[in-house]
Structures are given as C-alpha cells and as structure tokens.
Design a protein around this ligand. Structure first.
Ligand code: OAD
Length: 244
C-alpha cells in the first residue's frame, strides 16, 4: 500500500505516538475477531451466554471450556507482521504507547514492551470470588478448577460484559490518548466503549488520527487518514515508509 506523503511527514515529525489495536490485528494470526460476519465469534456464539459474570454463574463449566478452547487457539497462534512492525515502531519514537483491546498476548510475544491491556489477558487466570491472579493450582478434575486460597471457582483474567474496566489501564490509556500527537486505531470496529472513545478523545485533543481497518467504522469519517487494508501488510508498509 502506498502511504500518503503527508502521513509520512507526520510520522517523521511525531514525538508522542499512541496505537489502539483490536481483534483485526490478530485476525491474520488465525485468532477469530468478534463482529466479522462469517468468522466473528459473536456471529457464532452469543456473548451474553459466554462473556458475562451471569453466564459464568449460570454455567461455569461451559464458560471455562469456551475460554479453554480460545486459550488453545491463542497458544497455537503466532504474531503476524502487524504485531512485529508495531513492536519495531515502539523503538522509533521518543514516546510510544500501545493500548490493546485484545486478550491474546500476541503484542508481547512479538516484542512490544509497554502494552496496556484494556480487556485483560486470556493466558492469566484469577479467582472469581477474590479477583486475585492464580498462576498454579492442583488439577483435581474439577471444571472450572478451584482457587487454592478460598476454594472459589477460577476464571480467565479477562473483562466480561457488564464488568468494570481495569482502573489503572483505563486511566493510562486515556492519559496517553489525550496527550499524543499521532494516534492509530488499528483493526477495531470502534463500537465497544470506553475503548472506542479513545480515538475521538485523541481527535478532540488535537492529535492526527489514522485508522487502519478492513471495513469502515464510526471513526472512518472523522479520521485524518484512513488506510483500508489488512493490518498484516499496511502496518509493515508504514514502517517501511519511516525507514526511507
Ligand atoms: P471486532 O471484531 O468488533 O472488529 C474487528 C475489526 O477488524 C473489524 O472492523 C474488521 O473489519 C477489522 N479487521 C478484520 N480483519 C482485519 C485485518 N486483517 N486487518 C485489519 N482490520 C481487520 O473486534 P474489536 O473491535 O477488537 O471485548 O472488538 C472490541 C471488543 O469487543 C473486544 O475487545 C471484545 C469484544 O466484545 C470484550 O470481550 C470485553
């Protein structure tokens, strides 16, 4: 993809860059997105039955097993060129922050160091009752397994619907997003709040906003630059244009 020359100039003069990523960045690693018509998780499964505290209370085994299926998918997935290019971009700017809605940990596996995970991480487990992270437990065949500390049920350390966002990560994301000069929204449908308000807050605070996405979103008409295409090739092209 040819990167518009004005965007290359903005990239070369940028001091504080913030990137917000969504499931579209991991799509080319084989991790399903949520709302794509054919392949999205929410077109095959019902989030209310799987990704809420109520669903977990109602059927903890079903929810645990669904996340185990997704955990295995993520463990087999590899970072794609979009993840790798973002990890390299982190080192090219005086200040660079990566905020992700993804729970797959692929940014960190690609080498990104300071990643703000707004929706948690599927590779981490916590106690449903205490909220504390549990890194190992005795396998007793219980599904879900039990917390070694209080005997409560274990659950994935991800944000479910009807749950509050992690306070620290949310505050960080908005501090970065409203104090940057260049903001990228990559591979997200920009419909899940509060993450979806980040690009608009960046716009409000005077940042140049770039959207990289396959389909148009509520952000498309407001962004300064829209690069419609697969993140796995568009993001490396951006990086290449920086090198010239
Ligand atoms: P979505 O599935 O809502 O949106 C993914 C976006 O990526 C869509 O707009 C696609 O067009 C685009 N896309 C797909 N493949 C792409 C590719 N190869 N390159 C570039 N873009 C591509 O996923 P999110 O926006 O991440 O929250 O969803 C946000 C949140 O909603 C998720 O974090 C999750 C979900 O419910 C929770 O679970 C709390």
């Amino acid at each position: 993809m040819t990167v518009p020359p004005q965007l290359i100039d903005r990239l070369k003069s940028a001091q504080r860059v913030v990137v917000l990523t969504g499931a579209g960045v991991s799509a080319e690693s084989g991790v399903p997105t949520f709302r794509d018509a054919q392949t999205g998780l929410w077109s095959k499964f019902n989030p209310e039955e799987l990704a809420t505290p109520r669903a977990f209370r109602r059927n903890p085994r079903l929810v645990w097993e669904w996340y185990e299926y997704r955990r295995k998918l993520v463990a087999e997935a590899k970072p794609n060129p979009a993840h790798t290019a973002l990890a390299e971009m982190e080192r090219l700017f005086p200040e660079f922050h990566l905020v992700t809605q993804n729970i797959d940990g692929l940014h960190q596996r690609a080498g990104s160091r300071n990643v703000v995970e707004l929706h948690g991480n599927i590779t981490r487990t916590k106690c449903f009752d205490e909220g504390t992270i549990v890194s190992n437990w005795t396998e007793t065949g219980d599904v879900p397994p039990k917390c070694p500390n209080c005997g409560g049920l274990l659950r994935p350390d991800v944000v479910w619907f009807e749950e509050p966002m992690p306070e620290k990560e949310t505050a960080l994301a908005f501090r970065f997003g409203t104090n940057c000069d260049l903001f990228f929204s990559i591979g997200t449908s920009a419909v899940v709040f509060p993450a979806a308000s980040l690009p608009f807050e960046a716009l409000e605070s005077g940042a140049t906003v770039v959207e990289i996405n396959l389909q148009s979103t509520p952000l498309t008409s407001k962004a300064h630059f829209v690069l419609a295409g697969p993140a796995g090739s568009v993001v490396p092209d951006l990086l290449k244009s920086l090198r010239i």
